[in-house]
Unconditional design. Sequence first.
Length: 189
Amino acid sequence: MSLSAPEVRGPRGSGLPGWRAGPPGLLIPAPRRRRRFDARRPGALLAALVLSAACSGEAVRPTATLAAADTADQVLEGVDFVMTDAGVRRTRVQADSAFLFESSQIANLRHLTVTFFDANGRETSTIQADSGQYLMRDGSMLAWGNVLATTPDGKRLRSQELRYDARNRKISSTLPFVFDHGDRHVEGN
C-alpha cells in the first residue's frame, strides 16, 4: 500500500470552501472575493444613506488657482551654469535651486552666486544673495536678501537689494547700501 495525497480538484467542487489546489497534493487558501454592495442587507443600506447625505450640498471650490504662467517649466537643484557669447564666458550662475520659465527666459534663484565677466572673459564682479532673478535674454539680474557685490580689486557693496543692468553695465539699488573699498566707506540710500 502506498501513501499518496488525495486528488484535489479546484475550488469549485472540491468540497472544501475557501481552499484551492496548490502544488501537487496541497491545498492553499483561495483568494477572498470582494463583496459587492447588496441593498438587501440593512447595514449596507444604512451606510449608503449616511454617505449620500454627507456628500450632498454644493461642492467647495478653491478660492484661487495657480495659473500655468506661475509654474516653472524646470526646477533645478545644485545649479552651476555658464552663459557665453561667441564662445567667451559672460556670466556664471550658481544656486541651490533655480526655477526656470522658458517663455520669459527668467530664472528665479535661491542662495545664489553670480559672477560676471568682461568681453575678454576676465572676472569683473560677483554678487551673492539669498534670492534673485536672472534675465537670460540680456544677462541682467535682481538680487535681494543679504546681497553682497564684490570685485577682484576689493570693492564691496552691501544692501538688501541690488539691480544689475547688463546693457548699461550698472548696479543700482533703491534701498540703503554700504560701500567699502580700502579706506573708503560710504553709506547711502
